[in-house]
Design a binder for this molecule. Sequence first.
Ligand code: GTP
Ligand code: MN
Ligand code: MN
Length: 380
Amino acid sequence: KAACASLTPDYMVPVYACQRRTPLQHPNRLFTDALEILSENAEFFESEGRSLAFYKASSVMKALPIRLTSTVDLCGLPCIGEHSQRVIKEILEDGVSSEVEGVLQSERYQAMKVLTSIFGVGVKTADRWYREGIRNFGDILSSGQKLTKEQEAGVKYFKDLSSPVTEEEANSITDTVRKAVASIDTRAKVTITGGFRRGKQRGHDVDLLITHPEEGKEAGLLAQIITILDSQGLLLYYKTKENTYTAPREPPVKPHSTLDRFERCFSVFKLSLPPFRGSQEPVSLSTPLDKTCIATDWKAVRVDLVVSPCSQYAYALLGWTGSQHFERELRRFAGSEKQMALNSHALYDRKQNEFLSASTEEEIFAHLGLPFIPPHERNA
Ligand code: GTP
Ligand code: MN
Ligand code: MN
C-alpha cells in the first residue's frame, strides 16, 4: 500500500461499473476470463457474495485501457480483493492460475456448466440434479427426470440452443418480428436490445423490445404477434407473462430486483437457414429426421419479446440492454449514492418523493448525475 501512495496512475477507474466505459474488446482477457470462471463456480455453489466479488474484480479490469503487466498496476484500482489479486499475481507469474485450472477440471464445475446451460434450468435445479448423480445431458434423459415444459424445450433443442446466435441470425429474426408487428400496427416499434445492442457479434438469445408511440396501444400487441408467428409455424416453444405493473403510485418496493413486470414472451423460434448454409455436419442417425432435408433446414433460437408502454420505454430500453452487471451497478448507484430507486419501469427519487420521467436513456443518466455511457461501452 505504501508503494501505491507514490504512484500516480495514468488511468482512473471509478467504483461503480455504470460510471465507467467498458468496451467489448479489452487487453486483459487472460485475467478477466479466469476471474469469471471463479465467479461462475461460486455461483454454482450459491455463494452470491463471492461470485459478485470475483465478477466485480473482473469488471474493473475490463475497463483498463492497457494490459496489466505487474501487480503494481493494481494500485489504486477499486474492487480487486485479496483473493482476486492472488489469482492475478499467479497468472502474471505462471501464465495460468492453479485455482482456476482446478475448477475447470472439477467434476462439479463441468457438470453444472452443462446443466445450467439448458434453457429452463437454473442453479437450483442443476444442483439438485447433481446431487442425484446427474452429470451430463444424457444422464437427464436416462434418469427419467420430470421436466417442466420449458426444460423439455431446452432438452429437445439443446444442440441448437448451445450454439451461439450470430448477428445475421438475430437480424433475420428481428425482421420477421418487425413484419408481423407491422401487419398489426405500422406505428408499433421493435428494437433489438441485450448483447447485440452492446455490439456483441454473438449471443445466447435475441432480445426484442416492442412499444407503441401512443400510450396504451401497446396492450394486446403481444398476443396478436404470437398468433401471427405461431400461424407461420415459427414458434417451437413459447410462454407468455402478463404485464403486472400498475401505474406507479407507490415507490418501487425492491429497487435491486432484476425482475420487471412487463408483458413478455420467452420463446424458441424456428429460424429457417438459407439453403446450404446450415450445419455442415454430416447427417447421422442422431440427426432429427426433419433436419436431414436441406430444403427445410432450420435452427432453434431463443428469443425474448418484451412489451413496454411508451412512457416507460427509455427505462425498459436501458434495463434490457445490459450487461447484467452494468444494470446491477446502475441500481446500486441509484440506491446508495442518489437515494433513488431504479428499475426497468421507472426512477423514483426518495428525497423529492417523485417519479422522474424520461423519454431517452440520456435523460436517465442525467437524472442520476452520471455521464452518458453508450450501449457499446456497457459491456461491464
Ligand atoms: P447474451 O444473450 O448471453 O448474449 O447476453 P445478454 O446481455 O443479451 O443477456 P440476456 O439476454 O440474458 O439479458 C439481456 C438484458 O436483459 C440483461 O441486461 C439482463 O439483465 C436483462 N434481463 C434479462 N431478463 C430480465 C428480466 O426478467 N427482467 C429485466 N428487467 N431484465 C432482464
Ligand atoms: Mn441476450
Ligand atoms: Mn434474454
